[in-house]
Design a protein around this ligand. Structure first.
Ligand SMILES: Nc1ncnc2c1ncn2[C@@H]1O[C@H](COP(=O)(O)OP(=O)(O)OP(=O)(O)O)[C@@H](O)[C@H]1O
Ligand SMILES: [Mg+2]
Length: 219
């Protein structure tokens, strides 16, 4: 399956590039035919980009490279990701509240993979608050010898059925979602000998809690 996914990568990117070129050609034309064609091309582009994202996530899940664990300043990593996403957060009218505990010290992490974890959780929080904005709280701390990270949003929340399926492969309630975000997040955390849990209430918001060992053994 991983081999097939690799094989699909090149034709898909050829398709994507040519669709983009075709769109540029049509954009130079005026009239209703050009407008109709561009609309159709945009649908194809949107779908082929979605396929590309699914494929990239699938490849990350199925053919994981060994973890590259080093001591990482987790608070700094969280701040970096939030800075990196600041424009989008502002656009989505999300207020960010950081409550970082500087006692946690360095944590043994694969920094690139862990960045993906945080980006995915913040993106989900932003999507959940897309309608009317809200607040995103990012907390760190120590609990019972473990490092705890909390990502809390005041978005739409989940009903119990959605919550039960949230970590399932390909489960998504979004028109453009792959449903691979949370399975990937969970997999990465488990590879760090950690765990993630989620509490959510429809209409109120969602809290993801990640617990990591201070210096877990790589798997
Ligand atoms: N913070 C959240 N608030 C409300 N619902 C959430 C939240 N995070 C996840 N969900 C629910 O869990 C589902 C699965 O999330 P997941 O990240 O795996 O996929 P996705 O976000 O739908 O797609 P993608 O990650 O590709 O954009 C979402 O479609 C949504 O219904
Ligand atoms: Mg997601």
């Amino acid at each position: 399956m991983g081999g097939l996914a690799h094989e699909l990568k090149n034709p898909l990117s050829t398709l994507n590039i040519n669709l983009q070129l075709l769109r540029e050609d049509w954009a130079e034309q005026a009239g209703p035919l050009a407008a109709r064609s561009i609309r159709k091309i945009d649908v194809m582009l949107q779908e082929s980009k979605r396929l590309e994202r699914m494929l990239a996530d699938f490849l990350r899940l199925t053919s994981p490279s060994p973890l590259d664990k080093r001591p990482v300043d987790l608070n700094r990593l969280l701040e970096d990701v939030l800075n990196f996403m600041e424009k989008e957060l502002v656009r989505f009218k999300v207020d960010v509240l950081c409550q970082l505990d500087h006692q946690i010290g360095a944590v043994e992490l694969d920094e690139n993979l862990f960045r993906q974890v945080v980006i995915n959780l913040v993106k989900n929080a932003m999507d959940a608050m897309a309608e009317k904005g809200g607040s995103l709280t990012v907390q760190t701390g120590l609990s019972e010898g473990r490092v705890r990270i909390e990502i809390i949003d005041t978005g739409i929340g989940m009903d119990p059925e959605t919550r039960a399926k949230a970590f399932n492969f390909y489960f998504s309630t979004k028109s453009d979602g792959t449903g691979l975000g949370l399975p990937m997040v969970q997999r990465i955390i488990e590879r760090h000998s950690g765990r993630i849990c989620c509490e959510s209430e429809r209409g109120f918001g969602t809290r993801f809690t990640i617990l990591l060992p201070h210096s877990g053994a790589a798997r």
